[in-house]
Design a protein around this ligand. Structure first.
Ligand code: SAH
Ligand code: DHB
Ligand code: MG
Length: 217
C-alpha cells in the first residue's frame, strides 16, 4: 500500500462507518458506467459536517454525478432544508435521483439538468444559499466562483473540490486549460476581499479542497 493509501485508509477506518446507501450509490453508478470520481468518503463526511456547522437550510451543488456527495449533504440538512444540484448529464441525474431516493433524502433534493452556467442565472432572485459546493467541469471554476459569490450571503461557505490536482496547479508551465483555470480560481478566491479562504490538501496530499467563508459587510 502506498503512503497516501495508508493515510486515507487510516482516516477512513477511524471515522467512516459502513453505510449501505452510500456503498450502493457508488456500486450502482459504477455499474452504469459512470466515472468513479465522487468525493472520497472523508470529504463527503466533511461536507455534511459543514452543512451542520453553518446551519445550512439551502445548499447548492454544481456537479451531481451519481448523487454521492449530495447524499452526504442532504442527510445533514434539517427536514425543511433543500439541496439543489446541477448536472449536465440527464443520465447521471437519473442515476442520482434513484440513489437519493434509496438514501431517503429525495424529498430534500432537486437535481436540475443542464449546463450549470445556463442554469445559474435563474437562481439570482432566489434566497441566498448557505453553502455552495463546486465540483463540475474545472475550466468553469472561475465563473462558478463569481456565481457562488452572487448567490450567497455573509456567513455562507463556498467549497470546491480538486483545486490542487497532484500539484499541477503550482506549475506555471502546465498549460492544460483546466489546470490554468483551477489556478486562476484559487488566486481569485485568495485575493477576494469578500472571502476568507484556504486550501486543505486531501486524497493523501494528491489533491485539495478550497474552503471559503463569505465575510460580513
Ligand atoms: N459531486 C459529485 C461528483 C461530481 S463529478 C460527487 O462527489 O458525488 C462532476 C459532474 O459534473 C459530472 O457528473 C459531470 O457530468 C458534471 N458536469 C460536467 N460539466 C458540467 C456542466 N457544465 N454543468 C453541470 N454539470 C457538469
Ligand atoms: C476527477 C476527480 C474529481 O473529483 C472530479 O470532480 C473530476 C475528475 C479525476 O480524477 O479525473
Ligand atoms: Mg471532484
Amino acid at each position: 500500500m502506498s503512503d497516501t493509501d495508508r493515510i486515507d485508509t487510516y482516516i477512513h477506518n477511524l471515522f467512516i462507518p459502513d453505510d449501505p446507501a452510500l456503498t450502493q450509490a457508488v456500486d450502482d453508478a459504477t455499474r452504469a458506467g459512470l466515472p468513479m470520481i465522487q468525493v472520497p468518503a472523508a470529504l463527503g463526511k466533511l461536507l455534511g459536517m459543514l452543512v451542520r456547522a453553518v446551519g445550512a437550510r439551502r445548499v447548492l451543488e454544481i456537479g451531481t454525478l451519481g448523487g454521492y456527495s449530495a447524499i452526504w449533504m442532504a442527510r445533514a440538512l434539517p427536514p425543511d432544508g433543500r439541496l439543489l444540484s446541477l448536472e449536465v448529464s440527464e443520465r447521471h441525474a437519473e442515476i442520482a435521483r434513484a440513489n437519493l431516493a434509496r438514501a431517503g433524502v429525495v424529498d430534500r433534493v432537486e437535481v436540475r439538468v443542464g449546463r450549470a452556467l445556463d442554469l445559474l442565472p435563474a437562481l439570482a432572485d432566489s434566497h441566498p444559499f448557505d453553502l455552495v459546493f463546486i465540483d463540475a467541469d474545472k475550466s468553469s471554476y472561475p465563473d462558478y466562483l463569481d456565481w457562488a459569490l452572487r448567490l450567497t450571503c455573509p456567513g455562507s461557505m463556498i467549497v470546491a473540490d480538486n483545486v490542487v490536482r497532484r500539484g499541477e496547479v503550482a506549475d506555471p508551465d502546465n498549460m492544460a486549460e483546466d489546470i490554468r483555470a483551477l489556478d486562476r480560481f484559487n488566486r481569485l478566491a485568495a485575493a477576494d476581499p469578500r472571502l476568507d479562504a484556504i486550501i486543505v490538501p486531501n486524497r493523501g496530499g494528491n489533491d485539495g479542497i478550497l474552503l471559503a467563508v463569505v465575510r460580513d459587510g
